[in-house]
Design a protein around this ligand. Structure first.
Ligand code: ZN
Ligand code: ZN
Length: 274
């Protein structure tokens, strides 16, 4: 139950948010058309945008409720700077932080913290560089979700993750480039090896450390929940019907993965038939 509700509302929120933003852009576009600005047509399109915003708010409330009811909800609620909505959107895509479910076979295997980092795009920086025309070997949505959580923690002075950020900034205060850096050089002229990191680069490094620390803590908490009442192997599918509160989600998770895939396959079929 726990992960399926999260996934449903995180997916729904994603769809509604995208539609709402696109519709707001259409309202702006409509205003540029001669004779339509301030017209009843504008008002009607605008009311559709407002309806979507209202639906988005409802989906957000349901997502927050699903996070609160989730076995990881109490821990998330105790993390200063981490919003329930943000965490719900991360977990909705990720599923169990400590468990990897094969979408093809449904087989569940334990995930190490390094595997979690890599999957979220925070693994070995040299291996996780996006090259032109290549698909990255990580989930870009998860990378963004973890980054947004890190940013929010950084902006919360009382968050323990803010301390992680400050310490990283102090540590990187005099950091120099170990390799050429496009980010710090003007276009076409990367910063050379041995030159100091720009302020933006230091900030990004510190935020990266915050994201990794948060993901590690989330992973540890997931493992703790699995082990809480009755120690068992995290990847044990037999736990599905038993006492583990976190385990109860992975079968549904697989089902939801399938329904998502079905949706995109249906779309592809429709496009192919058109
Ligand atoms: Zn740099
Ligand atoms: Zn378990």
């Amino acid at each position: 139950m726990s992960f399926s509700l999260l996934t449903i509302y995180a997916d729904l929120l994603e769809d509604l948010e995208r539609s709402r933003i696109a519709t707001e852009n259409r309202v702006r576009a409509l205003r540029q058309v001669k004779g339509l600005a301030g017209s009843p047509e504008e008002e009607r399109l605008d009311s559709i945008a407002m309806g979507l915003a209202e639906a988005e708010r409802k989906a957000t409330n349901e997502l927050r409720k699903a996070v609160k009811a989730h076995p990881l909800g109490e821990w998330i609620g105790g993390q200063l700077g981490v919003g329930e909505k943000q965490a719900g959107r991360l977990l909705g895509v990720l599923g169990d932080p400590a468990l990897r479910v094969d979408p093809e076979t449904g087989e569940a295997t334990e995930r190490t913290v390094s595997q979690l980092w890599s999957y979220c795009g925070y693994g070995d920086a040299r291996l996780q560089v996006r090259r032109r025309g290549e698909k990255g070997n990580w989930n870009a949505t998860l990378k963004m979700r973890a980054h947004l959580i890190a940013e929010s923690c950084m902006k919360t002075p009382t968050s323990p993750y803010r301390k992680v950020y400050d310490e990283a900034r102090a540590k990187y205060a005099d950091a120099v480039h170990a390799e050429e850096c496009k980010r710090c050089g003007p276009s076409g002229k990367p910063a050379q090896r041995g030159t100091e990191l720009s302020d933006g680069h230091k900030h990004a490094r510190a935020l990266r450390l915050v994201a990794k620390t948060f993901l590690r803590d989330l992973w540890e908490e997931s493992r703790r929940v699995h082990m809480h009442d009755d120690p068992h192997t995290v990847g044990d599918p037999a736990r599905e019907d038993e006492g583990c509160s976190l385990h109860g989600g992975w079968m549904t998770q697989r089902f939801l993965e399938e329904s998502r895939r079905d949706r995109s396959e249906q779309l592809e079929a429709m496009v192919a038939a058109a």
